[in-house]
Write a protein that binds this ligand. Structure first.
Ligand code: GLN
Length: 528
């Protein structure tokens, strides 16, 4: 039977509840506990797959093909686990389950209501992993007081009273703003937020105070008094240079011991310091420098490329390099001029025509100037279009996603995708095997001939155009089932590679993804 830690948020969103929860999970993992995390998002979308990245940030994909919140990427990277459909929930998905049951007649004449039917379904999902893990951390998205969050808070309250006190630990992550004019940190918003939580019937056991500045004992005392939480359990969480330093920051304030006391659990072994030490060691001696341009549609929003950002950073650290990552708008008219300042160019995944011609121009620049290039999903598709147009003489080459009538559809939709009625959850999703050709650049990077990689796309490199692309020097170095290109690479170029899948989901802080690692290595070599 699992123990449960609930994480709720107060005052504002984007406080890093996921990072706080994952950091706590990491500490407990380093005592030998098996830990997993489950996310609950109170919005009505069945999953974030149909949402605009401007609203929601990156869509993370699990190996079993769930399109999820980017927090699951944080869970995977911190805890070195693979999440699945069981780790992700939304109000839309929960209501759909309940409504489907109602339509089947499973409720046997009852009136179906938020309490108990929706809350029962939420509670059932709290327990999805309880048999396999010692500790389940439940993160409830949004902020206390949101209307749509209420059923989740209510389910958490019920869960607390239905279980023993020592089986459930409740943490509230709140914000302590600094008012510059008064030179003061203010606790009032946190007081209100905890009051709201207590109105619902949840007493937090710990408050994690996010702020730009440190919280002194006087302030902790005040929060303790007004929020009914022991002073020792008021924790400071200042902004940190690296998110991977946060577990240690929390450990220095005894968060691990306080939680183990609260849950009445004994460490399985003494604390294993190796992860924390290694993280520090890696980020200490960064003697080199590397700069990467990510040419995408969502240049203004770093969260839209969260896993790519993390993967680049991890790969650079592995090569002892400090990295500058800039997001350049594909529609920027000075794009090519700007690209001259970078050691490597990455074109990420994406949907829709906007910015595609800019991405293609950036690829021409990388190809002609021997700049390290890495295309991911749409980035690979754009590389295929670029090479078809400029090296294979197929002037009007395009993807049928952008020009359905093109005479040279180098990227197209294959049969099973042709008749999809619903946009949500119907792409090629999750893990597929790539068979890597011996002797290729891909093989040099992976050092193996089989890899499982995560997909999220509808379109594919058109098998009918592979010969033309290969004759132009852009060859397939990995196939799925001998038919669908997974990786392609350009001959006679220092580093020019594209993947149909999303390698960014596979990086871990100590284990960069091989293609990212090779890309950074090539960018460093390329330095002008
Ligand atoms: N829009 C392209 C497709 O559906 C690429 C998707 C992506 O980059 N994730 O195939």
């Amino acid at each position: 039977m699992s123990k449960f830690i609930f994480i709720t948020g107060g005052v504002v969103s984007s406080l890093g509840k996921g990072i706080s929860g994952a950091s706590i999970g990491k500490l407990l993992q380093l005592y030998g506990f098996k830990v997993n995390m489950i996310k609950f998002d109170p919005y009505i979308n069945v999953d974030p797959g149909t949402m605009n990245p401007y609203q929601h940030g990156e869509v993370f994909v699990t190996i079993d093909g769930a399109e999820t919140d980017l927090d699951l990427g944080t869970y995977e990277r911190f805890l070195d686990i693979y999440t699945s459909k069981d780790n992700t929930n939304t109000a839309g998905d929960i209501y759909r389950t309940v409504i489907d049951k109602e339509r089947r007649g499973d409720y046997d004449g009852q009136t179906v209501q938020v309490i108990p039917h929706i809350t029962d379904e939420i509670k059932r999902r709290f327990c999805a992993l309880k048999n396999e893990y010692d500790i389940t951390i439940i993160e409830i998205g949004g902020t206390v007081g949101d209307i749509e969050g209420l059923p989740f808070m209510e389910a958490a309250r019920q869960f607390q009273i239905e279980n023993k006190k020592e089986d459930v630990f409740s943490i509230h992550v709140s914000y302590i703003p600094y008012i510059a004019a008064a030179h003061e940190l203010k606790t009032k918003p946190t007081q209100h937020s905890v009051n709201k939580l207590r109105e619902i019937g949840i007493m937090p056991d710990m408050i994690i105070c996010r702020s730009e500045k440190g919280i002194d004992e006087g302030l902790k005392k005040k929060i303790s008094l007004f929020c009914n939480v022991k002073q020792s359990n008021v924790i400071e969480a200042k902004d940190s240079r690296s998110i991977y330093y946060i577990p240690e920051m929390l450990k220095n304030q005894n968060v691990d011991k306080l939680i183990m006391e609260g849950l009445k659990i004994k460490p399985k072994h003494s604390f294993d310091w190796s992860w924390i030490k290694e993280i520090k060691k890696r980020s200490e001696s960064l003697e080199k420098k590397v700069s990467i341009a990510v040419v995408g549609k969502y240049a203004g929003l770093k969260d839209a490329y969260k896993s790519i950002h993390e993967s680049l950073q991890i790969a650079a650290t592995q090569h002892k390099a400090k990295i500058d990552i800039d997001y350049l708008g594909a529609e920027d008219k000075d794009l090519i001029e700007k690209l001259k300042n970078y050691d490597g160019i990455l074109v990420p995944g994406g949907f829709g025509l906007r910015g595609v011609e800019g991405k293609i121009k950036a690829i021409t620049y990388a190809r002609e100037n021997n700049v390290a290039f890495f295309g991911i999903c749409l980035g690979l598709q754009c590389a295929a279009i670029e090479i078809a147009r400029n090296l294979a003489g197929l002037k009007n080459a395009h993807s049928t996603e952008f020009d359905p009538k093109t005479k040279s559809p180098v990227v197209t939709i294959l049969s099973e995708q042709k008749n999809v009625k619903y946009r949500g959850g119907t792409m090629r999703l999750g893990n597929y095997t790539a068979d890597i050709k011996k002797g290729s650049l891909a093989h040099k990077l992976y050092r193996k001939t089989k890899a499982e990689e995560r997909h999220r796309h509808r379109y594919e490199i058109n098998p009918e155009f592979i010969e033309a692309l290969e004759n132009a020097g852009f060859s397939v170095s990995a196939y799925h089932k001998g038919m669908l290109p997974e990786i392609m690479e350009l001959k006679n170029h220092p580093f020019f590679i594209g993947a149909q899948f999303h390698p960014e989901f596979g990086s871990r802080p100590m284990k960069p993804h091989p293609i990212f690692e090779g890309f950074i290595k090539a960018a460093l070599r390329n330095k002008n």
